[in-house]
Design a binder for this molecule. Sequence first.
Ligand SMILES: [Zn+2]
Length: 227
Amino acid sequence: MHNDDLKKKLTAEQYRVTQEKGTEAPFTGKFVNHHEKGMYTCVVCGKSLSPSDTKFDSGTGWPSFDKAIPGAVTFKEDTRLGSTRTEITCTNCGAHLGHVFDDLPAPRPDSFFVYAILCDDNLIYIGQTDNLQGRWVKHNNGTASDHTKKHKPLRLIHYEEYKTRTEAIKREHDLKTGFGRKWIKREFEAGRLPVRNTQTGTRQAGGLSGTGKRYCVNSVCLGFEER
Ligand SMILES: [Zn+2]
């Protein structure tokens, strides 16, 4: 389809993400907490991509999948941010969909998260919680920390998952030191901090198989057909 036709067919955000390889803010997309039964499709060309039972909650704020209709999605190397990531595209029309995150956690009870949020004063806010999504919403509606009441949270840039609150609190303290903050800033500026989980041993998604890849797709790239 010609670019002008695509611009008419898609919303500005759909165009930015699918055609210009953009990323929607985490926890903002309409399919993050979507649990209906059916088929997720490409918003650009309508082709079926993944059935709803292959979607899982990864805690990242983007719809996450580990399986697709055979051949429906294409995995491509993406070196734009200086590090090598794997991009997901729609095989039929080439629309950008998202990226592979091999260390996505599957949902588990009793998980605790340490997280870092980039704010509009260019400072990084660090916190810990047992409900990452709930905390993100609170930061955004001004009911969480004083810092994020004064400075708008732009995006979640990092999280780590722990099995106990004690471990999460200790890690939060470590990240809030000068060394911790320097590490986050350096990794972020080097493009190595899209949202990801760094703790080996706690980061494997449980009970998932299929493509052997776990990946996040922007909600804005998806359509949905109830079945
Ligand atoms: Zn498509």
